[in-house]
Design a protein around this ligand. Structure first.
Ligand SMILES: [Zn+2]
Ligand SMILES: [Zn+2]
Length: 365
């Protein structure tokens, strides 16, 4: 069996192979038992079968069997964490997220770290690559979460007996109690250096992720496990698209912008600068129109798909009417428009002729 033993034991670095099912039977567990259940069962059995407290003939051999079964299963479970190859820089899958149960099962190759990722609207439109960094807390693999290592020498507290004597009833009687320092197995412990005795280690990960164009707010992307230190960490990314100061992406998937424009420029059909996800762009105003469709410059219709249309709605804005210079200029414009309409065939000219004819008829009557 490759890999270090879960509880490094100088006395027994190469435990003899043990039948896994038998190991579970020894501990009274189903193979589906959790790590915590495994540990609890071992502690309970050690307390029950320690030769110092159990007078049965086979207590010693039972203890050995219990410890052997426990070590075997710890090692087996730890080895299970080391399997898959590094899968780096996979494009994020845009498929719907797997159900919770499926995500939990990914723990077979490594834990899944769930986290938020915020993207700008521009990043979402074009797709982007982000380097994600974070920490993932994992059971210490040097001590299998025990926070301590088992050494070859006898426990200094109980001198290897696994029990300490406590005086009771004014010192007339002595009670043997399980030694707390060694858990009753009589072997010396040392604090695990790898985790400083906490039983946990923070595994740092750094991963480049490519987000396809057209990802939406609230979308969940699942990435396969990749190797970070001794761990395979899968990522489940919950996307947030930051609100944009200029654009809105509506529920219908259409990108929109509402912008005020100089009313005179609008009347005059001038060019204005409009923001687009690709930067500023010149757009010609048209006094017949308030909504402008910029084809293919909006949000992708589907992830990685072609871009939809971008709609710009303009609101012509005119200055207040209390500026005499502006009023004089407007008067000039009005006079000029009247002049050119006079006798013409346009709507104003025709209207003037119909009014003249009607007025003449009134006077003749
Ligand atoms: Zn002890
Ligand atoms: Zn440790």
């Amino acid at each position: 069996m490759p890999g270090p033993a879960p509880i490094p034991t100088d006395a027994n670095p190469n435990p003899t192979p043990m039948d896994t099912l038998q190991a579970y039977q020894v501990l009274g567990l189903d193979p589906g038992a959790s790590d915590a259940q495994l540990k609890a069962a071992w502690r309970r059995l050690v307390a029950a079968w320690h030769p110092d407290r159990n007078a049965a003939q086979d207590a010693g051999s039972r203890m050995q069997g219990i410890n052997k079964a426990y070590q075997h299963l710890r090692q087996l479970r730890q080895d299970g964490d080391e399997g898959a190859d590094d899968i780096a820089d996979e494009p994020a899958s845009s498929a719907p997220p797997p159900p919770a149960a499926a995500t939990a099962q990914a723990g077979a190759t490594g834990p899944t770290h769930v986290r938020k990722v915020r993207l700008t609207l521009e990043d979402a439109v074009r797709g982007c690559t982000r380097t994600l960094r974070g920490h993932f807390t994992q059971t210490c693999d040097s001590c299998a979460g025990q926070g301590q290592r088992v050494l070859a020498q006898a426990c200094s507290t109980c001198r290897g007996s696994g029990a300490v004597r406590k005086a009771a009833l004014f010192g007339w009687l002595w009670n043997d109690e399980a030694c707390l320092d060694c858990g009753g197995d009589g072997r010396q412990r040392a604090t695990c250096d790898a985790c400083d005795g906490s039983g946990e280690r923070a595994v740092a990960y750094r991963r480049q992720v490519r987000f396809p164009s057209g990802v939406r707010d609230g979308q969940v992307l699942s990435l396969p496990s990749s190797r970070h230190g001794k761990l395979n960490i899968g990522l489940e990314l919950h996307l947030e698209i930051e609100p944009h100061p200029l654009f809105t992406l509506d529920d219908d998937g259409v990108l929109r912008c509402d912008m005020p424009v100089n009313g005179y420029a609008w009347m005059a059909g001038r060019w204005v600068e409009v923001p687009t996800p690709d930067g500023l762009q010149q757009m010609r105003l048209n006094r017949e129109a308030l909504v402008y469709r910029l084809r293919g410059q909006g949000f992708p219709t589907v992830p990685r798909g072609p871009r939809g249309d971008y709609l710009v709605r303009v609101t012509p804005v005119f200055p207040a009417q209390d500026d005499p210079a502006q009023e004089a200029l407007l008067d000039q414009l009005i006079a000029r428009a009247n002049q050119s309409a006079e006798g013409g065939t346009g709507p104003l000219g025709q209207w003037a002729q119909r009014m003249d004819a009607w007025t003449a008829g009134q006077q003749a009557a």
